[in-house]
Design a protein around this ligand. Structure first.
Ligand SMILES: Cc1cc2nc3c(=O)[nH]c(=O)nc-3n(C[C@H](O)[C@H](O)[C@H](O)COP(=O)(O)OP(=O)(O)OC[C@H]3O[C@@H](n4cnc5c(N)ncnc54)[C@H](O)[C@@H]3O)c2cc1C
Ligand code: FES
Length: 518
């Protein structure tokens, strides 16, 4: 049994032994198992609920997560499940977990068997007759899935410049690139799902213009498509360096499945790789190439990797972690040029490389929004419901700059879970909902066996406070400005990270500080 399986099957057999009701306080969570499957019990004022204990995203143990009084939150990447229905209410999980009947007897609670989720009924009196989604990434897919999950029966079309159907992009720098994930895990849905739900996929098709006045988009190569509502979810594109040799065939950027496959093909022939940029993606690529057996050098102008986001101490830890796995850093250096078998730095020194990956950041794809005359400010400006300045046009994901309630600022982030959750919220609002987007930003980054989770958003800070120990991989790191905590990074402190996110979403600063002080 793997460590994760053992953790999933921890706790009592809820079918035979049951659990003492007294051990399950209001708002509490208790993990056990039923007929070999992990089950979680939670107590809400209306009663006790039992739901599957294995997250449908990557199989995280929900019993080690948090019940916030409304939903059960996964410790790994913060998906939320509703105990009454098992529905994956917020990404990154999409599929529901099973739910079970419970029996209370003699002060104990027992799980008795699986039960059907109640049907989801939603009224869509003001829904448009069709929805067109530009972009088949995180936000675009999540929106299409939500429209159907909400029972919307009108036309749903995803038009995507990518030739592949929506897939798990974060995996492209992690297990898929390392060769430890199978390719079947990567698509978010099977071809049958699109057929059965009637979500039309128009792949390998670039949208060239949005005409909000006509409620129509123009497609590359001619042709156009009308819409009742439009969601713009065009994501971002990697920055390419403007230096000699940047366009050589062994020089790559990483955004799409195609990019990843061509890095994998290059890695199979290469022995020495240079990764340019000590960004999250750059360093995840470095880790994956090390797993593939390549020698990896990282060149970056920073003094400490990811210092701007994680601060000096956590950044130094990330550097040491990579060095322990064999990565060689060339920090405070920039690239002067790339040749066939080596790269040259600004000081004239060279590093041998038969594979080069550029991880020097991304730019949001704003051309369509700009051409359509939408209000922009370093992103597409959206209101709290994710509506743009044009009637019937919504925006979500890496391109959207929204009014974030907790920070009180308009922010734009490049996180998978944020993009998916915005796609979900935008879909419900397209159907006539008035649901503000209130999720506190969350991202994770994986470096070998260390996952760094981060909630909130701190574009700058004047204090970094560490609780616990970074070298011992057991810490919370708070980023503060003017005494206020803006964001919290964590290593192996999943429940405090979840609690911090809940506190941010509730605007409860006192609760947030208490979590950090505990
Ligand atoms: C390798 C990699 C690893 C990552 N790892 C993480 C991680 O661990 N954690 C995390 O939080 N985030 C991670 N991210 C970031 C995350 O993937 C993005 O924030 C997220 O995908 C943004 O979603 P989106 O829907 O806005 O855009 P995308 O997912 O990029 O989708 C945009 C879509 O729009 C299409 N498109 C663009 N222009 C047009 C056009 N004119 N016409 C038609 N289609 C168009 C594109 O082809 C694409 O399908 C990672 C990103 C990459 C590249
Ligand atoms: S495993 Fe649960 S959110 Fe990823």
């Amino acid at each position: 049994m793997s460590e994760t399986e053992a953790r999933l099957n921890a706790g009592p057999d809820l079918g035979t032994e049951g659990a003492a009701i007294a051990d399950l306080p209001e708002g509490g969570l208790l993990a056990g198992h039923f007929q070999g499957d992990p089950v979680v019990l939670v107590r809400k004022s209306e009663g006790i609920f039992a739901l599957g204990g294995k997250c449908t995203h990557y199989g995280g143990p929900l019993g080690e997560g948090l019940f916030d009084g409304e939903v059960v939150r996964c410790p790994w990447h913060h998906a939320c499940f509703r105990p009454e229905t098992g529905q994956a209410e917020c990404a990154p999980a999409i599929d529901p977990v099973p739910i079970y009947t419970v029996e209370q007897r003699d002060g104990r609670v027992f799980v008795r068997g699986a039960k059907k989720a109640p049907p989801h009924r939603a009224a869509h009196s003001s829904a448009p007759d069709s929805v067109v989604i530009v972009g088949g990434g995180a936000a675009g897919f999540a929106a299409a899935e939500t429209l159907r999950r909400e029972g919307y029966a009108g036309g749903v079309t995803i038009v995507s410049a990518d030739e592949a159907a929506p897939y798990d992009r974060p995996n492209l720098s992690k297990d898929y690139l390392a060769g430890t994930a199978q390719s079947e895990w990567i698509p978010l849905r099977s071809p049958e799902w699109y057929r059965d739900t009637g979500v039309q996929l128009s792949l390998g098709k670039r949208v060239t213009a949005v005409l909000p006045g006509e409620r129509r988009i123009r497609l590359e190569g001619g042709g156009s498509l009308g819409y009742g509502a439009l969601l713009l979810a065009t994501g971002a594109s990697p920055v390419r360096l403007d230096c000699p040799g940047a366009n050589l065939p062994h020089v790559h950027t990483l955004r799409s499945m195609r990019d990843c496959d061509s890095i994998i093909a290059g890695a199979s022939r290469a022995k020495k790789a240079v990764v340019v940029g000590a960004s999250f993606i750059g360093l995840e690529v470095a880790a994956s190439l090390i797993t593939r057996g390549l020698a990896v050098h990282v060149v970056a102008p920073d003094a400490v990797p990811m210092e701007r986001v994680l601060g000096p101490d956590l950044g130094a830890f990330v550097r040491t972690l990579h060095e322990q796995h064999g990565v060689v850093f060339h920090l405070r250096h920039t690239l002067a040029g790339i040749g066939e078998g080596s790269v040259t730095l600004e000081d004239g020194s060279t590093i041998e490389a038969d594979l080069v990956v550029l991880g020097v950041g991304v730019r949001p794809n704003l051309e369509l929004a700009e051409g359509a005359g939408l209000r922009l400010d370093h992103g597409v400006l959206v209101d709290e419901f994710l509506g743009t300045s044009a009637e019937g046009v919504w925006a979500a994901g890496d391109i959207a700059r929204w009014p974030d309630r907790f920070s009180g600022e308009r922010i734009r982030v490049e996180h998978w879970v944020v993009a998916e959750r915005q796609g979900q919220t935008a879909a419900r609002n397209i159907l006539g909902g008035r649901e503000p987007f209130t999720a506190a930003p969350f991202f994770w980054s994986q470096h070998y066996d260390v996952a760094i989770n981060y909630v909130g958003h701190a574009s700058s800070w004047d204090e970094v406070a560490v609780t616990g120990s970074i070298p011992d991989r057991d810490c919370l790191v708070a980023y503060r400005k003017g005494g206020k905590t803006l964001a919290v990074a964590s290593i192996y402190r999943d429940v405090p990270s979840l609690k911090a996110q809940v506190a941010m979403e509730r605007g409860d600063r006192r609760a947030l500080e208490a979590i950090l002080d505990a």
